[in-house]
Design a protein around this ligand. Structure first.
Ligand SMILES: O=C(O)CCC(=O)C(=O)O
Ligand SMILES: [Fe+2]
Length: 279
């Protein structure tokens, strides 16, 4: 299994990208329109935010789930006993964001949301009619005007050596949403599990974007696109002394969108969040 690295400008981009998603659940795109200068600035400014006391003023709202989640409430992946070694901040289109960080984060959210709509168009165009014919509406229109799409700014602290036994930056999990788009992190660590259970590094250089299939696209496609298990492993050697930042945008359909004959997106999300103990 190999995650393909696709040139966004290539005439074969849509087909190569969609094949990679079908075969691995993941794809990497280079030469794309999302600004790397913007990504670098967001990493720098949010690292500062997470490392200052300012984050304490923006603690998450347990009902609406926007805001800052400190390491001691950070999620446990389904079936895990120990918490992930991370803090994060959840940005929704309607949610709270520190005013000095808002302009860049809004620009980034919009740029990636727009690109994601285009990528969903590529996926739809390259999906066999027997599968695409079952979509309740075009994939790109499912996320149109959605208030559920979530930008998560992740901060994995440097490792001190006193971490709980077995704790990792992000334990093995699948994403709940339709697709996830994230820029290459400032540090390695993201791995994907292949069909034989082996873990492979997601090869991705600075400036490239990683896209993965979530459970909702797996559900909507009757399993044609696999929502692949992934994780973030702890660094070794010198890299232990550096934090890692990451910026996934989780594309969610509007709650009323039918994913399949079994679920609307709203029902599906609620069921999964209950399983995770978030609701
Ligand atoms: O930090 C990463 O590279 C991936 C994070 C992730 O998989 C998640 O938050 O769902
Ligand atoms: Fe994930």
């Amino acid at each position: 299994m190999q995650v393909q690295n696709v040139d966004y400008e290539s005439a074969e981009a849509a087909q190569q990208f969609t094949r990679s998603l079908r075969e691995t659940g993941f794809g990497v795109i280079r030469n794309h329109p999302v600004s790397q200068t913007l990504v670098n600035r967001i990493y720098r400014d949010w690292q500062h935010f997470f490392e200052s006391d300012a984050c304490l003023d923006w603690r998450f709202d347990p009902v609406t789930q926007d805001g800052y989640f400190p390491p001691d409430v950070s999620e446990k992946a389904k079936g895990q006993q120990v918490r992930d070694l991370k803090a994060y901040y959840h940005v929704f289109p309607w949610g709270k964001v520190p005013p000095e960080l808002r302009p860049d984060i809004e620009t980034y959210y919009q740029q990636v949301q727009q690109l994601a709509a285009q990528l969903l168009g590529w996926i739809e165009a390259c999906t066999p009619e027997s599968v695409a014919g079952e979509f309740s509406e075009p994939l790109s229109s499912m996320i149109h005007d959605s208030q559920q799409t979530l930008l998560r700014i992740l901060y994995y602290p440097a490792l001190s050596g006193s971490e709980e036994a077995g704790a990792v930056r992000a334990a093995a999990h699948e994403d709940i949403n339709l697709i996830t788009v994230l820029p290459a992190s400032n540090q390695a660590g993201l791995e994907v599990q292949d069909r034989s259970g082996e873990w492979l590094e997601v090869p991705c250089d600075p400036g490239q974007l990683i896209i993965n299939v979530g459970d909702m696209l797996q559900e909507a496609s009757g399993g044609y696109y696999p929502s692949t298990t992934h994780r973030v492993v702890n660094p070794t050697g010198e890299a232990r002394q550096h934090p890692r930042l990451s910026l996934p945008l989780f594309l969610h359909p509007r709650p009323q969108v039918a994913l399949s004959s079994r679920y609307t997106a709203g029902q599906y999300l609620e069921e999964r969040l209950r399983e995770l103990g978030v609701l």
